[in-house]
Ligand binder design. Structure first.
Ligand code: HEC
Length: 490
């Protein structure tokens, strides 16, 4: 096991820092203990509220979960009522930070709060957070042990597990970035990875804010396989998709990042792999996460030479990736530091418009916008199968990042300072990670045909195409909507 400081690794805040903030806020906002009389129709904890908490919050807010406080009983929840209201209104909690009003909204791992549930939580707080009749309480949820593999109930015992061995986490001092290699044994045949999960100790989860596992082969492709961050431990690539692992040998690399939490302990990080059966390979092959450095325009160029955020100022940067081969876009994940507040991914489709939209206009769509970015959360957004964008060669993917060094950004520590690129959280950084499947032209054509069919079936079933319609070229949309291929070729 090798440990070294790697200053190029990004930095994250521990949830424990937020806990200090939380205690301060509570002192200001704590409601009087007596229950204000609510209108009869007001939602109560025992009836509506606890059910919403069970479904949307307790996976993290339970003893042993990653969140600082449990939200299981009325007594535990009541003091947090005002903070619950502000956090759900601002979409800080649950930590799903996509703009719900633009782009594709269909994700396999969507844990956002439904509007109706948000309204109930707010109405409950506004009514004085009444307890209601305890006889209406549902049975408490028996949360799975956080030390189990989350994917095991669904996928069975993992095919391979690797671990780092003890990692000494110190009690105090600054962030540190252990970098650990374990040998990857040669396989008999290449295999397709179906899913991967990372786990570590409960204490370790509070101190570890991200951990990226990469496969580094002596020969063949190398790259990141799975990344864990707060609230995210696994990637499931789908029944029809897999990452191709070449035979090897090589190394499995764990790139971890810890923030000391005031206690000294040994952590241990494990990664589990589930493969597609050898005799039933998946129909499509996904790349390992491709790492786009928005803060570096060209290979070999100095990193971040264009990040320069003035005091009380903002800055927007973007990077464009023009596809020379069709792709299927499986997932994306943004990474910035404290000054990062938004990231978006936009598509400029190839081919001029038939109608006049302005000089040289190509049609474009915003695929998604992480408009509530928070440095503490590194969520990977995994498209639902029939919402994965199918992009032809010539498409330009524009990845945009926005930094805010004004008082409006609560994480900007000292807006009087200039901010430049760097590895510490007080410096700026911007990465965009995507996982794609490269397609040949025939693969593109057959996938588009299949998608048209899926969208038509959706229309029959739901009466609309949902936001999945944005996943195909506007000409293809016309074909789907008109029900025939001739319609689009006027
Ligand atoms: C994926 C895990 C996760 C889910 C789901 C989640 N939380 Fe949290 N929550 C956290 C963590 C971790 C913190 C500590 C602050 C941080 O790191 O952002 C937190 C903090 C909070 C806080 C205190 C924020 C502060 O200012 O310190 C409130 C209130 C809260 N959550 C309410 C909720 C509610 C209500 C839900 C469901 C509607 C919810 N959370 C869902 C993980 C989660």
């Amino acid at each position: 096991m090798k440990q070294q400081l790697d200053q190029s690794q990004p930095v994250h805040l521990s949830p424990f820092r937020s806990q200090v903030l939380l205690t301060t806020l509570l002192t200001f906002f704590l409601l009087p203990a007596q229950v204000i009389h609510a209108a009869d129709s007001a939602p109560t904890f025992s009836n509506e509220v606890v059910r919403i908490l069970q479904q949307n919050c307790q996976s993290c807010h339970q003893p042993g979960g990653i969140a600082p406080m449990p939200l299981e009983t009325y007594q535990q929840t009541r003091p947090f009522a005002p903070l619950i209201k502000t956090n759900v209104i601002r979409r800080v909690m649950p930590p799903w930070h996509l703009d719900p009003t633009i782009g594709i909204q269909e994700y396999k791992n969507d844990f956002s709060l439904k509007d109706a549930d948000r309204e109930i939580l707010v109405a409950w707080v506004d009514a004085g957070a009444p307890e209601g009749d305890p006889a209406m309480l549902p049975a408490p949820v028996d949360w799975p042990n956080w030390l189990e593999w989350e994917l095991e109930p669904q996928l069975g015992t993992p095919d391979m597990v690797f671990e780092t061995g003890p990692i000494a986490v110190r009690a105090a001092g600054g962030d540190f970035w252990p970098d650990i290699d374990v040998p990857w044994p040669a396989l008999e045949n290449p295999r397709f990875l179906k899913a991967a999960e990372i786990r570590n100790t409960i204490k370790g989860r509070r101190a570890l804010h991200h951990n990226n596992v990469s496969l580094r082969l002596e020969e063949g492709p190398s790259g990141r396989v799975v990344g864990a961050g707060a609230g995210k431990r696994w990637d499931f690539f789908g029944e029809d998709t897999g990452i191709r692992f070449e035979v090897g040998p090589g190394l499995i690399n764990f790139g971890a990042h810890y923030f000391p939490i005031g206690e000294e302990f040994d952590d241990n990080i494990e990664v589990a792999f589930w493969f597609h059966p050898e005799d039933a390979p998946p129909t499509t092959e996904a790349s390992v996460e491709i790492h786009h450095l928005i803060d570096q325009f060209d290979e070999g160029q100095a990193r971040g030479r264009d990040i320069l955020i003035p005091p009380h100022g903002t800055q927007t940067m973007y990077r464009t990736w023009v596809l020379d081969q069709p792709i299927l876009l499986n997932s994306f994940r943004g990474h910035m530091h404290l000054h990062g507040i938004a990231m978006s991914i936009e598509i400029v489709w190839p081919g001029r418009v038939r109608d006049y939209y302005g000089p040289g206009a190509n049609r474009r769509d915003v695929v998604a916008s992480i408009n509530n970015y928070n440095h503490n959360w590194q969520t990977s957004f995994v498209f639902a199968d029939d919402a994965r964008p199918i992009l032809p060669a010539g498409t330009a993917i524009v990845m945009r990042t926005h930094f805010d060094n004004t008082e409006n950004n609560p994480l900007s520590i000292d807006p009087d300072q200039w901010v430049v690129f760097g590895g510490r959280s007080v410096d700026a950084m911007s990465h965009f990670h995507v996982s794609v499947t490269y397609l040949e032209e025939e693969g593109y054509d057959s996938m588009i045909k299949e998608r048209r069919q899926q969208l038509r079936e959706r229309m029959e079933r739901d009466g609309n195409y949902g936001t999945a319609i944005l996943s195909i070229h506007p000409d293809e949309r016309a074909i789907v909507e008109n029900g025939s291929e001739i319609a689009a070729q006027d």
